[in-house]
Design a protein around this ligand. Structure first.
Ligand code: ADP
Ligand code: ASP
Ligand code: MG
Length: 451
């Protein structure tokens, strides 16, 4: 049986109380060889990014000052939970981090290295510090814990800010570094989100990427289970911040979970499921504030529910592009010409619908929009419609079920809906609405199916 990989999110390590709770949860898993992956303390990543922006504008002193309260939060945890030896060890870490961050912020203002590289180096201190602190807290709580620097295990390309892991190399390193540790009864504690390129530069996996780190480590070790510990009890029927009556789902399939995550259910990073799928590792999403509750099990397969719909996700900030061309009528090669443009600019498309003479598609990243539109205009006329949202209704068996689509659209008949996509995946029905009505639409649907 492989180990249990346990990932704790930012709110699960937000203060001393939360750190202490995590150590108890890890102890509870003691017999199953836990491997711990932690996020930065809540709000720390945002603060580091804020400091980077200040330094970019030349305000290095303000940037350094803005981080002080967050470093203080780490200090407080150490003071409350560590013995004198532990505090001394962590004080050295904090002093080092403070100095390094000051240097890096200065480099940002002087542009002395590429900014994207400096940004990752700076933002990595959230997980560098939280993981070192958590390892010490676990040791103090009686666990045989050992801090492991994730940058020695997870190898990525050099796409700073959203680096892609190189799986074969990562798997080898994870096994090499962790197998003996685990076999020797030690509990490895590592930071999520952070990694390194082949040349050793610090990289990060994208916001919310600690889930992904846990899945990568879990797959590399053939884990018995990957646990995602967060601030809600599992994957719910909807984001509880929108629908307070949302309920926990007992099980979900990999496919359902992947669609929900991709279309905005923040509880899981969109890439989390993939590494688990190949080896059929169960992923459990559970609540570090209510550790006795089981949460949601994400498994290769799951049962269907009577009304088919299991959960509703949504993603704001979506731009629609409509490309029309009379030349498209009966022509081949048109689609391929369009998609090649997106490929060339490395732009990801979410939803696509077509008619005889036009193609509509959605983007959630508009960094390269102007360049894409310029190229598309060589093919046809292009309309750009910003401020939309994608709604994704998920449930096993949705494609084959009769009547579910009409139930969905009847419930929200007063809203203008575009780009409906149904049947491309067997588990989802996706459509686009204007961003300013999306929460009303989601609430209405939640009332209809779970009210
Ligand atoms: P962590 O810091 O633990 O990674 P996140 O903030 O990334 O936590 O994810 C947890 C949050 O995801 C919840 O607080 C909740 O508001 C949000 N969320 C969105 N959709 C869902 C859903 N379907 N089920 C559960 N939580 C959801
Ligand atoms: N700390 C990172 C973030 O806030 C990664 C994570 O928490 O998963 O995005
Ligand atoms: Mg998260």
């Amino acid at each position: 049986m492989g180990p249990t990989v346990m990932k704790f999110g930012g709110t699960s390590v937000q203060d001393a109380e939360a750190f202490a709770r995590v150590a108890e949860i890890v102890k509870g898993e003691g017999a199953n060889s836990p491997v711990v992956v932690t996020s930065a303390m809540s709000k720390v990543t945002d603060a580091l990014l804020g400091a980077f922006d200040l330094a970019k504008r030349g305000a290095v002193e303000d940037a350094v000052l803005s981080l002080e309260p967050h470093l203080e939060r780490h200090r407080e945890v150490a003071l409350k939970l560590l013995d004198e030896a532990g505090r001394r060890l962590f004080r050295v870490e904090l002093e080092f981090a403070e100095k390094e961050l000051g240097d890096l912020l200065m480099r940002v203002s002087r542009r002395s290295l590429p900014l994207s590289m400096l940004k990752d180096a700076i933002v990595s201190y959230g997980e560098q510090l939280s993981s070192r602190l958590l390892a010490l807290v676990c040791t103090n709580a009686g666990l045989n814990a050992r801090h492991v620097d994730s940058r020695r295990l997870i190898v990525t390309d050099e796409e700073y800010g959203a680096a892609a892991p190189i799986f074969a190399e990562t798997e080898k390193l994870v096994r090499l570094e962790l197998s003996d540790t685990i076999a020797g009864g030690e509990v490895p504690v590592m930071g999520g989100f952070i990694a390194a390129s082949r040349s050793g530069e610090t990289t990060t996996l994208g916001r919310g990427g600690s889930d992904y780190s846990a899945a990568i480590v879990g797959a590399s070790l053939g884990a018995r289970e990957i646990q995602i510990w967060t601030d809600v009890t599992g994957v719910l029927t909807c984001d509880p911040r929108i629908c307070p009556t949302a309920r926990t789902l007992k099980t979900l399939s990999y496919e359902e979970a992947a669609e929900l995550a991709y279309f905005g259910a923040k509880v899981l990073h969109p890439k989390t499921i993939q590494p688990a799928v190949d080896q059929k590792i169960p992923v459990r999403v559970c609540n570090s504030h209510q550790p006795a509750e089981r949460g949601t099990m994400i498994l290769p397969q799951t049962e269907t529910t009577p009304r088919k719909v299991k959960s509703i996700a949504y993603k704001k900030g979506i731009t629609i592009l409509r490309i029309s061309s009379a030349r498209m009528l009966g022509a081949f090669g048109f689609m391929s010409a369009i998609f090649q443009i997106f490929e060339r600019h490395r732009v990801v498309i979410d939803v696509v619908t077509t008619s005889e003479v036009s193609v509509s598609l959605t983007l959630d990243n508009t960094d390269a929009l102007d360049a894409v539109v310029k190229d598309l205009e060589r093919i046809g006329t292009v309309e750009v419609v910003p401020d939309n949202a994608v709604v994704c209704v998920v449930g096993f068996g949705l494609r084959g079920a009769s009547g579910v689509a009409s139930e969905v659209f009847d419930a929200i008949s007063e809203y203008n809906i575009s780009l409906i996509s149904h049947g491309a995946s067997s588990v989802n029905l996706t459509f686009v609405v204007k961003q300013d009505v999306v929460t009303d639409v989601v609430k209405r649907l939640h009332d209809e199916f779970f009210g």
